[in-house]
Ligand binder design. Structure first.
Ligand SMILES: NCc1[nH]cc(CCC(=O)O)c1CC(=O)O
Length: 313
């Protein structure tokens, strides 16, 4: 006998973190619409980023690679909702797709993890720092130019295993991911977001839908968290102008004070020696404009050739 068609299908990558995010989405959908969670099917995809996991993302082409396969399945009608880490998404959604909601953001900060020392300052001269993020590498090198950056890709578990195997002396991971995996006790220290600005949209989960799919849009709408939407919109608008493809180190931090959003941002040279930081404030609903304004200010300060000089190959 054929089993009944699922009520709604979620598309996700198959990593433990991606699955945890899809399961959280399923539970929120079930609760918001009084559905049996069993009626919500989770369909997993292997992304290009997962297949090319031995090469730095800045090399293989960046953000769209985490979402491509899921985007295609969504457009083909094989799934109804794509569940993504917002920081892995291209700043412009592919044709025919829209972001229907951002779930309430987790902690935006990065966690420092080491099995030998309690903070970046304590690493011995020339220690190996494992990261494939050009933002994290630049931020770490800015403080500790003596450290050696070693490539460190793979999912969260793989990276923790690499640390245990001695591939590097320390690494940085998003605290949000560790929390969602119940692994935040692995954090040796939590970095201050003002000095170690997170990636734009870090800690937020985006729900993608087909443009014009009213049913899917209606399903995800109650899950949208407005302050997250506003903050992530501002951060992604900044990123869209600075660099949409992961090739320039960019950090961002949104802070709310009542209805006012302050967006702080930075761009760095790959070696961390040059850094431009600025902030803009305005109405929280004006994120697109705030992000664009901050990006222009940073570009003006850095000079016209900064991005060309300091983009990853
Ligand atoms: N690029 C990989 C990625 N994409 C999202 C997260 C963490 C979860 C999040 O930011 O929501 C991670 C891992 C990491 O940076 O440690």
């Amino acid at each position: 006998m054929q089993s009944p068609a699922p009520f709604v299908r979620l598309g996700t990558r198959g990593s433990p973190l991606a699955l945890a995010q899809a399961e959280a989405t399923r539970d929120l959908l079930a609760r918001a619409h009084d559905l049996d969670p069993e009626a919500i099917e989770i369909v997993t995809f292997v992304s290009t980023a997962d297949r090319l996991k031995d090469r730095p993302l800045s090399e293989v082409g960046g953000k769209g690679l985490f979402t491509k396969e899921i985007d295609e399945a969504l457009l083909a009608g094989e799934v109804d909702i794509g569940v993504h880490s917002a920081k892995d998404m291209a700043t412009t959604p592919p044709d025919g797709m829209a972001i229907g909601a951002f779930l309430e953001r987790e902690d935006v900060r990065d966690a420092f993890i080491s099995l030998s020392v309690r903070g970046i300052d304590y690493l011995p001269e020339g220690a190996r720092f494992g990261t494939s993020s050009i933002r994290r590498a630049a931020q770490v090198l800015r403080l500790r130019p003596d450290l050696r950056i070693v490539p460190f890709r793979g999912n969260v578990e793989t990276r923790l295993k690499k640390l245990a195997d001695g591939v590097a002396d320390a690494t940085l991971l998003a605290l949000a991911g560790l929390k969602r995996l119940g692994e935040d006790h692995r954090a040796t220290a939590i970095l201050d977001a003002q000095t170690f600005m997170p990636a734009p949209a870090q800690g937020a989960i985006a729900l993608a839908v087909r443009s014009g799919d009213e049913r899917a849009a209606g399903l995800v709408a109650p899950l949208n968290h407005l302050p997250t939407w506003q903050a992530v919109t501002a951060e992604r608008a900044m990123l869209a102008i600075l660099d949409g493809s992961c090739r320039t180190p960019v950090g961002a931090l949104s802070v709310f004070d009542g209805g006012t959003l302050t967006l702080k941002g930075e761009i760095l040279s790959l070696d961390g020696k040059e850094q431009f930081v600025d902030a803009v404030s305005g109405s929280a609903g004006d994120g697109e404009r705030l992000g664009a304004e901050l990006a222009r200010r940073l570009l003006d300060a850095a000079g016209p050739d900064f991005l060309a000089r300091w983009s990853a190959p």
